[in-house]
Design a protein around this ligand. Sequence first.
Ligand code: PLP
Length: 389
Amino acid sequence: MRLSNTITNITGGGSDGWELFLKARGMIAEGIDVTELTIGEHDIKTDRRILDAMHASALGGATGYAMVPGIDSLREAVAERLQTRTGVATGLENVLITAGGQAALFAAFRALLDEGERALFIDPYYATYPGTVRSIGGVPVPVKARSRDGFQPRFEEMDAQAAGAKAILINTPNNPTGAVYSRETLEAIAELAQKHDLAVISDEVYDTQVWDGEHISIRALPGMASRTFTVGSMSKSHAMTGSRVGWLAGPEEAMAHVVNLLTNTNYGVAGFTQEAALHALGLGEAFEEEIAAPFRRRRALAQKALAGQNAVRLLPPSGAMYLMLDIRATGLSSEVFAGKLLEERHIAVMPGESFGTAARGHVRVAMTIPDAPFEAAIREIAAFTQALA
Ligand code: PLP
């Protein structure tokens, strides 16, 4: 079979940095007790009330083709959520339901880029970003954010890469760094977008997980609604990762074209999962806080566990379900460090290199195991690092 260059190039030819994750899974399969701090998924399952709604919906007949743009009631509920949280007038015509945030990212890039066109994104980054751009024939252009800036990107560095680009992808609260972009950072990105006529894809799938400061959606900044696609998802906010319900929000005239893409790709999202998502949104902010609470708690546990030592530097984690640990005191690359930690202490963390070059010398810890083993693992990592430093 003669495959396209586009599909054979999705990974960009390099390793994807997930070898450590695969090795940890291999050890677990051999029966070794590994503490896994790798994956961005809750340690709880989808709430029973949401599953009951899904069951009732399926039994009630929502098992046929659903409307391709999404069911109106869910689009309306998402629009209302966005409008309440950002102040930007949003109606169902601005919202399309997608198979998770990932499908929304794909649709946004497909809507914006032609073959060979460039899209900026901030390094460190969520692992799929460059592959998503390449999967539609675009050219991903990383812009480094720096540990010493708390991983907030700088205007000059974005500006230096922006000439001729078509779009910039941002993610706040951020995976993998835990950064929540400040108003200043977002204003700089808005200025950049206006200067270079860039569209902004704003990945806000962690919008309910903010521990410090506030989540600001760039779509709410002056002049930005007409050039911004917002990506959202039920995965992280409602512990519904497997249901694959997300959304893309943006200007009405763009959405009309995106519907054509959805018609010719997924042909809609299952009606019963959409109705379950509608039920989940109806549980309100108190439920979202309940889902976020374990991460808020574990962040505090980690801060306590790492106080009073200086081998590991914890970057102030302002949001999302991850911690970034600076392990440069050991002089090891984060891949070597993570490999030793796995072999010698049976703790799996993600090397910074899995998320781009800007996260070298750091490891990402997912706060996705119960409190007691989580705290013990953080103390163990600190002691291990101390011994190497
Ligand atoms: N964006 C970010 C930053 C993520 O971390 C993830 C998942 O980990 C996604 C998007 C995609 O999530 P989903 O497709 O489940 O909504």
